[in-house]
Design a protein around this ligand. Structure first.
Ligand code: GLP
Length: 244
């Protein structure tokens, strides 16, 4: 695992966006694996800025998002569909029909999981997958104890995950109890992965990722099974490593 320690969130976001831009310039038909959450917001802001200033062309790019809440319509402001449009897709020239996100509001979630994994295999795997990390080590919405071989599936969210994401909702009770997520096995299909972590809140998770065992109790540790992973961290999230 390559590790890059950046000064702060700003530098982290700039570095992450430069990975995306480099990939798209190298291959205008790239498939990007995208994440939601607070961490990649700065990255997407940078991508939009460089799109505006440099005219990077996303018209041939496809995207595959990691996850979506169960039960939220794609027009719901709390859905990840909405998040992606608001923070990225509406501001660059990516084609709507080239963007893929699991549908969390469908009659058969089981069928949706199969359908989405099929899309990953058909248009993917991502050339570059962006990941965040939960405080409990989750990637996508793969909670502790998820098989490293898992494909797209439905998860029951941990209370701690719902609490961490409650800041995006009116109240904790509004946070859905389930999500549909690419599995860890699906994520590991990606050709290259960059994992972003920022802030003191992630310091324990980064310590465990880098110095703890590889096991299913800590989903992000599966990344040690992939040979093209770069960890982009800021000093705050790396602080427990530096102290040792
Ligand atoms: C959510 C998302 C993850 C994300 C995690 C961390 O649970 N499903 O993909 O990595 O939150 O979010 P944040 O970046 O807001 O800390």
């Amino acid at each position: 695992m390559n590790i890059k320690v950046l000064k702060d969130y700003e530098e982290l976001s700039q570095t992450a966006s430069s990975y995306i831009e480099h990939q798209v310039k190298k291959n205008p038909q790239s498939v990007l694996g995208l994440a939601t959450g607070g961490t990649p917001l700065g990255t997407y802001k940078q991508v939009v800025q460089s799109y505006q200033s440099q005219g990077i062309d996303y018209s041939g790019v496809s995207s595959l998002n990691l996850d979506e809440y169960v039960g939220l319509d794609k027009n719901d402001p709390q859905s990840y569909h909405y998040f992606m449009k608001e923070h990225l897709f509406d501001h660059i020239n990516i084609q709507d029909e080239h963007t893929f996100i699991p549908n969390g509001k469908t009659e058969s979630l089981f069928e949706e999981c199969k359908r989405y994994e099929g899309i990953i295999d058909e248009i993917g795997p991502p050339d570059l997958q962006i990941l965040g990390i939960g405080e409990n080590g989750h990637i996508g919405f793969n909670e502790p104890d998820t098989s490293f071989e898992s494909m797209t599936h439905i998860v029951d969210l941990e209370v701690s995950t719902r609490q961490a994401n409650a800041r995006f909702f009116n109240s904790f009770d509004d946070v859905p109890k389930q999500a549909i997520t690419m599995g860890i096995g699906s994520i590991l299909k990606s050709k290259q992965i960059i994992l972003l972590a920022s802030g003191e809140r992630k310091a324990e998770a980064i310590k465990r990722l880098l110095q703890g065992p590889v096991d299913e109790q800590f989903p992000a540790s599966a990344l040690h099974h992939h040979n093209q992973v770069t960890l982009l961290v800021d000093q705050a999230s790396y602080q427990l490593i530096e102290k040792e």
